[in-house]
Structures are given as structure tokens and as C-alpha cells.
Design a protein around this ligand. Structure first.
Ligand code: PHE
Ligand code: ZN
Length: 887
């Protein structure tokens, strides 16, 4: 059979891939929705492929094909070329019906499903009053038996019939027919001319409100743009629509890629496991990433809506027109599409801020994954449950790997490579290897060693040691790369690591970099490391010049530099690269936090250094010609995860409190200029722009920590503001305490928004993350709130995941109560929605650097979870990897 069949241990291996023996020429689906069940009939024309199949006596090719199903399907009938075929018990139990076909054959299969009982939110399910689907990666087999693998591309025609109480019947492609049926029912037929794998299939049936607009492509075609939402939400679609148009224009302008159907639809659903889904012509979105205006959403939320709309839209080429041969290739579409959406956002807003935000996220989410028992290469070698591989590694590190190619080949060569990849593989199911080959061919480059990035897990460490020769004015930099210890990392080859660097003079000016033996210098250069140890020498370097390494974060590595704090202060003040400035500040703050942990307090010498750093921050606050948004980023503390990563043995509570102590001390030092800015902005909050709001947010968070009366009053005032960004800035600041002002602001917010389900998710998150109020018991109470819905993943995340991911003080309580709370809820969630359970358990798996006692508590919670319940394959894969890592 084609593809990757699970062995007895359910492990699927990348190396086991075989090409399909048959092709599916076309697919006709008939989906009839009734109140108590839905009947689905699939009619497939399937042709064995001559090259791979055997040839029968009559000269026709024969081939095997397996139709995959799921426990949730009720088998009704199967015919091949009109003859009824008996599906035996064994096949049905294994959810795999294998057929041997001779010549072009017609397969008709019917089964019943019950969308109302579908709590996993994969396949066809109900979200509120509407029916919708989610098929990636393997949800289609929960709708109908089908060769549900991404390398089976086919042309789909879909007929949906339902009661007229569901007025909109949508599917991929173009509407070709519709009409009335008896019993107050109706039907619609959709045809998608672009061959696609089943994971890109979608359908929706519901009573919806439609917001319409259009886009004219650069070759003059008119595309109807439609956003479908629940009634009463049409006024919240403007930002999403604008974002969609910007995305379509950008992809034409930058990548030369236009949309290829007459209509592009987006449907917003409230119950959705992930962010959104790129189904051909019919994107389905978590409503959180569609419905937003400045009253209900923060600036960050609005930016996220824009980038997710862009991401899904960009998949139309990188994902849909060119799809993945098998699920091991997931990063082929995801890494590339994340890279594309990052570039889009950088072009729409501030490139510097975007890069800082992306790197901060990578370090907070992906680096810990790469150091954990669930570490995997961006292209995994094995999996049990592919749902578990929609990870920050496949997505965000995947995008970094793409970005390194841009550094190595140069922007022009890189874009040539992408164009060649698209031209060569349009209409195909491709592999990561195909992408790399296109990059090589377009640039006459050899990327053999670069390929290790696809097969090797772990964040490489690059240790830098400098040597300055004052007699020759040469600076020698030695780089030493290594892969950290982790039983989940199976190979340790040297990687290709591009280091983008600059040189800054003691008075903050850019200096030319003159490589040894060269006459002329450049202001910036890329050193591409390939060896375990490498030395690079620069000439004519002043003794006090400071190298700025890894500008723009040119590779996803942990750079261990040997810059001292005065050198870092210089980069913080004067590097030309915003990322370089930010990173210098992060390094300084990180070492201050480590010092505070070590000395268990802020002693005189630490205070002296905080003072020095704060002076730099004051200078930044007063700097002319610097974006407010960049100022805000420069002042943010490094994340808890970044600090933890710098310690051998971690006490998360000590990290949490040291981080807070540093923030409080900085707040005291910068009080006067910070107050001046806050007061100035507060004279007319309505006039602040997004950059000013970002800075206001950071400053008010800091100043509240001083426990002075004034910032509490300011935050309280902000919390009541009609602009959600300002309101959340005030609330977030107050939420760092259990002050009366916090109680008041939270109560007012709840009263104001209690009927807005999406905004209430913010309230839940604030409640769950308050370090002085939220406890497991408090979270349990939140889950009994009228606005809570245990079947809604957003709501589960807003309480349980927020508690585990943001409330360090309570989740890591020494008595282990936080861990037991999480495990208890995961057991319940797993029974309904395995995909969500397997994600939510991850905080319990990140214990490798904790003290033994804490590790025992965290493992204990996992063991209890494992022994008390029959787990889904999703959850058990994660728990097994964590409890018994294979060497
Ligand atoms: N493919 C989607 C995206 O990245 C993510 C997704 C995966 C959504 C699985 C739902 C289920 O845009
Ligand atoms: Zn994606």
C-alpha cells in the first residue's frame, strides 16, 4: 500500500514511505445532514498506476489501495464497479479496508456519522448551531472511508444537503448548483478544480451572517471575498477583511503569487482546536482570530488576526498548490508559511519589533521543547500520533531554518530558489528534500551539510571566545558549536550556522569589518560556520571595539558570548540592529536575575549594576528617533524560560521571584522619567498610537510593582478605558498584585463583558494567571462560571493552560498541588478531546533541570494520569516519551 502503515507499536517511520499504487481521479461526496445523524457517500474513480502496480492478464494495471476509517464511522455499504463488497470484521475493526483494483474502478462507500457526538473537533462536528469540519491531518477519515494520505490528490465535487434552517451550505471551490428538496430541505453542489489531498477538504452548514468584499488580482480577475460569522458578529469582521486584502496584495507583490479561484471564504467558528485551517478556498478559523476591533481586542490581538489571516492565505500556494508528500514533511508547508507570514508582518509594521517578538517567542516556547523529552527535528523521523507534531519546532524553528537559507544564499538567491521550487512542484505533493534541491539548483549551491538541520533535534550552542592582539590590532574570534545532552536527540552532527555580525566602536559608531587578508571591509558580514571549532580573524580593529554577533538572530542557536557588561551596555545603547540592542539588554537582565538568585537578594554590587542598566533605559526612554514600540521591547524582562535555560539546576519559584525583584528595582530607578511618560500619555489616552500604547503597557506593569499608590490609580483608570489595549494594560498591571484596585477593576471588567464570550477569555486568563489570587481551587471555580464552556478549547486554555504556563507562583507550588490539578483536568479532557489533552499536558513534561523532589512530583502526576485512565494515543505518546525516554 501507499504510505506509512503503523506497526504493532503504532510507530510510523519516515523511511518506510512507499509510493501509492493507485491514483484517485475524482471524488464525489454526498453529505446529507439530518438531526440525529449525517449520511456520507463517497464515490471515487480510482486507477492503478502502471509503474508501481502489477499488470494483470488482461494487460490492465492492478494496485492495492487502503481506505482508512475511524471508530466513529458506522459502515453502511461498499461497492466496487457496482458489485457489493463485503467489508470483513477485521478490516472494520482496524479501520482499514484494503482493495485490490484492476484498471480504472468506481468505488462507492457509505457510512453514517454523528457530528453532535463529536467532541474531539476533528472530522465533521457541531460548533454552536453550525456544522463544520476539520480534516488536517487525519480528520477526513472520521467523515468517510478514504485513502486519507496527503500524497493522494484528487478533484472533489461535494453535494451537501440539509434542512433549510441551515441556510448556508459551503464547501471548497465554486458553487455549481443548488436547489430545494422536499421536507423543507435544500442542497448545494461545490466543485473544486484544483486536485487536493483530503486534509484540505472542508464543508460548513449553518445559519450565518455574511460580510462581503472583493479583490482584483494583478491580472484583472475579480475574487469575491466572504467572511461568514455567527449572527451579531458582522461588525467585528472589518479588520480580518482588511488583513485578507493586504495579504493577497503582498503575495502578488513580493512572491508573484495570485489567488486561483473566484471566491475566497473564511468561516469563524467558536469551537476550534487550533488557530485556523487553510482548506482550499474555504478557510475555517477559530473565531478568536477573526472577530476583533479596538474595543474588543488589543493591538497584539489585532496583529495576530492579521498574521493568521495572512498565514492561512499564504498556504494557498505553500501548502495547497504544493502540498506535503507525507506528514513527516509538515515543516515544508508550515516552516515556509510561517517564514512568509513573518515577512509579511515585518513589511506591514516594524521589522525590528517583529524580529524581537518572534525570537522572544522562539526562546520561550521552542528552545524549551528542544531541550525536553519531546524534542524532535523539524522533520521528525518517527511518530505515533501526527497531531502531536504541530509544534513550535516544526513551525517556528522550521521558519528559522528557512530564514538561515536567506542569510546563506542572500535574499535574491533565496527568492530565486523559492520561485524554482514553486514552478517545479506546482500541483504536486513534495518533500523537504525537493525544497532544498530547488534552492541548490537555483543557486548552484551545495547544501549537503545544511540538510542536517532537518534531521537533527536540539538547540545548538555556539560558544564564542575572543582574543585581541594589540600589537597587530587583530581580533580573533573562536566559535565552538555543540549539541546539548538530551536522550531525545539522536544525532550530533556539525551544522551550518550563519552568523551575521557587525562591529561597534567605543563611541557607538559602526566600524568596517575587514576579514583577514582582505583589503576592504563591510559594515556587516555573514560568517557561515561549518566546523565544530572555527576561528575568524579581523584586521584593523580598535582595542575597544565590540562585535555585535548574530544580528537579526541569524540562526536558531544559543549563543554563549564572552561580552562583558560594559560591552553589552554599549550594544544596548548603540547597535544598529534593533535585535542586537534588545539581545544585549536581555543578556544584561538575565545575568542580573541569575545574580539575584545566587545571592538570594539584591546586594550593593547587584544594585550598582541595576542602576547602571537603568540609566541606559532612561537614555532609551529619552532617545529621539526611536520607535516607542522598540523602546517598549528593550525594557521588557527576559522570559522565565530564558532564565531557566541559563541554570543547571532550576528552582522555578526562585526564578520567578528574582525576576520580579529585578523588575521592581528597575521600576524604582526609572520612576521619574517613566512617570513623566505615563502622565503625558494619560492626558489624552485616546490620542496614543499603537507604539505609545506598547510603551505605556510596559511602563505601567513595571511601576505597579513599586507598590506606590500612584501607578495603582493610573492602572485603575486605564482598566476602565474603552480601548481594549489600554484596558488590558491597566488590568494586567494590577493583576500582578492582590490589591483592592485589582478586585475593583476585574469586577468592572466582568460586568462590562460578561455577555461577550471572546472577551471573557481575557478575563479568565487574567484570573487564572494572578499569582496572588489564583489557586487550583480558584481555577475550579472559574470553570463553573456561566461564561465557561468545558467543550470549548479556547476556554480550557484560558483557565487551565494559562494557569500552568503563566502562573509560576501557584503552578510550581512546592506541595505539587498545581501538577495534580493539571493532571486531573487532563484526564477529563482526554476522554473528549485527545488533541487538546496532549498539548495541555506539556508543562508537566518540562522538568529535566528541576530538583529531584520537584521532578518526582511532576512525574508522579503523570504516572497517576497514566494508571488511572485509558489514555488516547495522543496523550500516551507524550507521557511515554517523558517517563521512559529512549536512549
Ligand atoms: N494547518 C494549520 C495551520 O498551520 C494548523 C492546523 C493543524 C489546524 C491541524 C487544525 C488542525 O495553519
Ligand atoms: Zn500553517
Amino acid at each position: 500500500m501507499n504510505n506509512l502503515i503503523s506497526g504493532s507499536d503504532c510507530t510510523i517511520r519516515r523511511g518506510d514511505y512507499t509510493f501509492p499504487e493507485c491514483q484517485v481521479d475524482d471524488v464525489h461526496l454526498n453529505i446529507a445532514i439530518y438531526d440525529d445523524h449525517t449520511r456520507v457517500t463517497g464515490t471515487y474513480t480510482i486507477t492503478p498506476l502502471p509503474h508501481t502496480g502489477e499488470v494483470s492478464q488482461g494487460g490492465e494495471a492492478t494496485g492495492k489501495i487502503t481506505l482508512w476509517g475511524d471508530d466513529t464511522l458506522r459502515f453502511i455499504s461498499l461497492t466496487v464497479n457496482g458489485k457489493s463488497v463485503h467489508a470483513d470484521e477485521k478490516s472494520l475493526a482496524a479501520n482499514a479496508i484494503t482493495l485490490t483494483l484492476s484498471g480504472a474502478s468506481t468505488v462507492v462507500i457509505t457510512s453514517d456519522i454523528n457530528p453532535d457526538a463529536n467532541t474531539a473537533l476533528e472530522g465533521l462536528y457541531r460548533s454552536g448551531g453550525m456544522y463544520c469540519t476539520q480534516c488536517e491531518p487525519e480528520g477526513f477519515r472520521r467523515i468517510i472511508w478514504y485513502p486519507d494520505h496527503p500524497d493522494i490528490l484528487s478533484v472533489f465535487t461535494t453535494r451537501i444537503e440539509a434542512s433549510k434552517s441551515l441556510p448556508f451550505l459551503l464547501s471548497n471551490g465554486n458553487l455549481t448548483d443548488q436547489g430545494d428538496l422536499p421536507d423543507d430541505r435544500h442542497f448545494a453542489v461545490w466543485h473544486d478544480p484544483h486536485p487536493k489531498p483530503s486534509y484540505l477538504f472542508a464543508m460548513v452548514a449553518g445559519d450565518l451572517e455574511l460580510v462581503e468584499d472583493h479583490f482584483i488580482t494583478n491580472d484583472g480577475r475579480r475574487v469575491a471575498l466572504q467572511i461568514y460569522v455567527e449572527h451579531g458578529n458582522a461588525h467585528l469582521c472589518g479588520h480580518a477583511m482588511k488583513s485578507l486584502k493586504k495579504s493577497m496584495k503582498w503575495d502578488e507583490d513580493v512572491f508573484g503569487l495570485s489567488y486561483d479561484l473566484d471566491v475566497f471564504m473564511i468561516v469563524a467558528v467558536s469551537h476550534f482546536n487550533m488557530g485556523a485551517m487553510e482548506n482550499k478556498g474555504l478557510n475555517i478559523f477559530n473565531s478568536k482570530y477573526v472577530l476583533a476591533n479596538t474595543k474588543t481586542a488589543t493591538d497584539d490581538d489585532l496583529d495576530r488576526v492579521e498574521s493568521i489571516i495572512a498565514h492561512e492565505y499564504f498556504h494557498n500556494w505553500t501548502g495547497n498548490r504544493i502540498t506535503c508528500r507525507d506528514w513527516f514533511q509538515l515543516t515544508l508547508k508550515e516552516g515556509l508559511t510561517v517564514y512568509r507570514d513573518q515577512e509579511f508582518t515585518a513589511d506591514m509594521h516594524s521589522r525590528g519589533v517583529k524580529r524581537i517578538n518572534d525570537v522572544a517567542l522562539l526562546k520561550a516556547i521552542q528552545f524549551p521543547e528542544d531541550a525536553s523529552p519531546t524534542a524532535h527535528p523539524i522533520r521528525p523521523e518517527t511518530y505515533q500520533e501526527i497531531n502531536n507534531f504541530y509544534t513550535p519546532t516544526v513551525y517556528e524553528k522550521g521558519a528559522e531554518v528557512i530564514r538561515m537559507l536567506e542569510h546563506i544564499l542572500g535574499k535574491v538567491g533565496f527568492m530565486k530558489g523559492v520561485a524554482l521550487y514553486i514552478k517545479t512542484h506546482d500541483g504536486q505533493a513534495a518533500t523537504c528534500e525537493d525544497f532544498i534541491v530547488a534552492m541548490e539548483n537555483a543557486n548552484q549551491a551545495n547544501l549537503s551539510q545544511f540538510r542536517h538541520w532537518y534531521s537533527q533535534a536540539g538547540t545548538p550552542k555556539v560558544k564564542v571566545s575572543r582574543h585581541y592582539d594589540s600589537s597587530k590590532n587583530t581580533l580573533t574570534i573562536q566559535f565552538h558549536q555543540s549539541i546539548p545532552e538530551n536522550p531525545a536527540i539522536h544525532t550530533r552532527q556539525e551544522l551550518v550556522i550563519p552568523i551575521c555580525m557587525g562591529l561597534v566602536s567605543a563611541d557607538g559608531k559602526p566600524l568596517p569589518l575587514i576579514k583577514e587578508g582582505q583589503k576592504k571591509g563591510t559594515k556587516e558580514c555573514v560568517i557561515t560556520l561549518t566546523e565544530k571549532k572555527e576561528t575568524h580573524r579581523f584586521e584593523n580593529v580598535p582595542a575597544d571595539a565590540v562585535p555585535s554577533l548574530m544580528r537579526g538572530f541569524s540562526a536558531p542557536v544559543q549563543l554563549d558570548s564572552d561580552l562583558n557588561s560594559d560591552e553589552l551596555l554599549l550594544l544596548l545603547a548603540a547597535d544598529k540592529d534593533s535585535y542586537g540592542r534588545w539581545n544585549a539588554g536581555q543578556e544584561l537582565m538575565k545575568s542580573l536575575i541569575l545574580d539575584i538568585i545566587k545571592h538570594e537578594n539584591i546586594n550593593d554590587s547587584i544594585n550598582f549594576n541595576i542602576n547602571k542598566l537603568s540609566s541606559s533605559f532612561i537614555a532609551i526612554l529619552e532617545e529621539k528617533n526611536l520607535d516607542y514600540a522598540v523602546k517598549a521591547e528593550l525594557l521588557k524582562l527576559p522570559s522565565q524560560q530564558v532564565v531557566e535555560a541559563a541554570l543547571q539546576l532550576v528552582d522555578p519559584l526562585a526564578v520567578w521571584s528574582a525576576r520580579r525583584k529585578l523588575a521592581k528595582a528597575i521600576a524604582r530607578h526609572i520612576w521619574v522619567p517613566a512617570q513623566a511618560i505615563i502622565t503625558r500619555f494619560m492626558t489624552d489616552l485616546g490620542k496614543c498610537d499603537a507604539g505609545q500604547r506598547r510603551l505605556l503597557n510596559v511602563l505601567i506593569h513595571l511601576l505597579v510593582l513599586t507598590r506606590e499608590e500612584k501607578p495603582y490609580q493610573q492602572a485603575l483608570l486605564m482598566a476602565g478605558h474603552k480601548n481594549m489595549t489600554i484596558s488590558m494594560a491597566g488590568l494586567g498591571a494590577l493583576n500582578q498584585s492582590d490589591a483592592a484596585e485589582r478586585m475593583q477593576a476585574m469586577a468592572e471588567f466582568e460586568e462590562r463583558w460578561k455577555n461577550d464570550s471572546l472577551v471573557m477569555e481575557k478575563w479568565f486568563s487574567l484570573e487564572a494567571s494572578c499569582p496572588y489570587v489564583s489557586t487550583p481551587k480558584h481555577c475550579d471555580e472559574l470553570m463553573r462560571h456561566p461564561a465557561f464552556d468545558p467543550g470549548n478549547p479556547n476556554k480550557l486554555r484560558s483557565v487551565i493552560s494559562v494557569f500552568a504556563a503563566l502562573n509560576y507562583r501557584m503552578f510550581y507550588a512546592n506541595d505539587g498541588s498545581g501538577y495534580l490539578f493539571l493532571a486531573h483536568h487532563i484526564a477529563e479532557i482526554d476522554a473528549r478531546n485527545p488533541q487538546i489533552a496532549a498539548r495541555m499536558v506539556l508543562p508537566l513534561t518540562r522538568f529535566s533541570r528541576y530538583h529531584e523532589d520537584r521532578q518526582a512530583l511532576m512525574k508522579g502526576a503523570l504516572i497517576r494520569l497514566k494508571t488511572a485512565k485509558t489514555l488516547s494515543s495522543d496523550l500516551s505518546e507524550v507521557i511515554e516519551k517523558t517517563l521512559s525516554p529512549k536512549r
